[in-house]
Design a protein around this ligand. Structure first.
Ligand code: NAG
Ligand code: NAG
Ligand code: NAG
Length: 435
């Protein structure tokens, strides 16, 4: 607290008065601090530091906490669920330390460590840490520690989110997990985000590991616009990350830059903000065929399948190596922008029924407990497979089957229905950012 400034005309002869003033000031200052104490007792009682990063290592270096969420969905029982990453074998016991300022007590309960079943042989996996909440207080913060003994003042504290379960604000949020590898596909990024907006997204959440300066500029534009929320994701500062989904490809601690952890955090982060959450990659667009947008599609799908919480969409590959002529649309100014112009890629590989197909999802987050990339692992509702006559995933990337001749690819111009608004919107963004 700043001391009040002395008047400049202060003189030695007023020393006694000055001493009085100093004493008075101290009393005033002291009582002010007292008053502050009662209004924010949290700070004075448990002096731990609130965690600031999006990945917080605990002192064992084998447990990483992303965030803490209140969860009352299980028969109304109050638990706090922390989304984290643990070494699946080395971490056996963890304890939640709840700070109860109203009672001036710390409550400790053992966490149920529920490592997600989709770990793909990596030693580190996404985990839920579930702790019963103390009944006699509604804490705002929780810490996690390997023992029932310790000093809470030295532990990072996590704010318990999702206390407010009433205020649903938007209909669709897209969760994009882990942008990595100095991502520089500006043109596809902007087109994907603009397509999401056209189809009904109000928010796109991106877990950003690394990207180019140009992409940084585009993301800043969208953050200012209010469309994009960027969650920093510096996971390689803590673990060795594999660019592959399975351990056998290249070893390392955790797969695909911790993609599954990011998706679960995104699910909980938006549970009470968004009616539906889409879990897909930036090169994928869940594209309605029978409907103009996600809103009209989901109204029908949900009405026909009221018990479904998860809607699965077929993944169709539109090879970025096979082009349509570039002169159909007036997009020559985009040639200066790095990345793929999706309007040029409307031929898709034939669907292979015999292969394990990697579908993506639209979920009702309030009815999902744990998610993986292509399916949910635990939920309060069933999964419904949406036919490709209703919608499919437009997935523009390197071909799965590069040797297929062009004639065997299927022309699918669904995306072109949106050409006018898409081109207009993309031009606006590019002109404000990279052009
Ligand atoms: C955890 O990692 C930090 C930084 O790498 C290191 O200084 C510390 O000794 C490690 N702690 C344990 C318990 O291994
Ligand atoms: C093509 O687009 C540019 C802006 O990108 C515009 O100035 C020009 O008039 C357009 N040309 C046609 C034929 O629509
Ligand atoms: C572009 O979209 C308009 C509607 O906005 C449509 O009439 C037109 O056929 C589309 N162009 C192509 C080549 O599909």
């Amino acid at each position: 607290m700043q001391q009040p400034r002395r008047p400049s005309s202060f003189k030695m002869s007023y020393l006694k008065v000055a001493i009085c003033i100093t004493i008075l000031t101290s009393i005033v200052t002291f009582s002010y601090v007292q008053k502050k104490t009662t209004s924010i007792p949290q700070k004075m009682f448990c002096k731990g530091t609130p965690a600031t990063g999006s990945i917080t290592p605990l002192e064992d270096n084998k447990t990483f906490i992303i965030a803490a969420y209140a969860d009352k969905r299980q028969n109304g029982r109050s638990i706090v669920r922390l989304i984290g990453i643990v070494h699946y074998r080395d971490v056996q016991h963890l304890y939640c330390w709840f700070c109860c300022p109203s009672r001036k007590k710390i409550r400790i309960s053992e966490a149920e460590i529920d490592v997600h079943s989709d770990r793909f042989d990596f030693p580190y996996g996404t985990t839920d840490l579930c702790c019963s909440e103390p009944e006699d207080c509604a804490p705002n913060y929780v810490s996690v520690h390997w023992s029932r003994h310790g000093k809470i003042d030295q532990m990072p504290q996590f704010e318990i989110k999702n206390r407010d379960t009433e205020s649903l604000l938007m209909e669709f949020t897209v969760c994009i997990s882990t942008m990595f590898g100095r991502f520089n596909n500006v043109l596809q990024l902007v087109q994907s985000i603009e397509m999401y907006k056209i189809l009904g997204a109000k928010k796109v959440v991106i877990y950003k590991n690394s990207c180019s300066q140009l992409v940084e500029k585009v993301l800043e534009f969208y953050v200012t616009e209010g469309t994009v929320e960027v969650i920093p994701w510096p996971i390689q500062s803590y673990l060795s990350v594999s660019p592959y989904w399975h351990h056998k490809r290249a070893g390392k601690d955790i797969g695909y830059y911790g993609q599954i952890t990011a998706l679960n955090d995104c699910l909980y982060r938006n549970m009470y903000k968004s009616k539906y959450v889409l879990l897909n990659d930036i090169d994928e667009i869940i594209l309605p065929v029978k409907y103009p947008d996600w809103g009209t599609m989901m109204r029908d799908l949900q009405r026909e399948n009221p018990h479904s919480a998860v809607f699965l969409f077929e993944n169709h590959i539109f090879p970025n190596s096979v082009f349509m002529p570039n002169d159909l649309f007036n997009t020559s100014s985009w040639n200066a922008v790095p990345g793929i112009n999706i309007l040029q890629h409307v031929l898709r590989e034939p669907w292979r029924y015999t292969v394990f197909n990697l579908q993506k999802m639209i979920v009702d987050p309030r009815r999902v407990i744990q998610t993986s990339v292509h399916t949910v692992l635990k939920s309060y509702g069933s999964s419904f497979y949406v036919g490709s006559d209703v919608a499919l995933i437009y997935h523009c990337r390197a071909p799965h089957r590069p040797n297929l001749p062009r004639e065997s690819l299927i022309e699918d111009k669904t995306l072109w229905r949106y050409n006018k608004s898409l081109i207009g919107n993309v031009n606006r963004v590019l002109q404000h950012t990279v052009l």
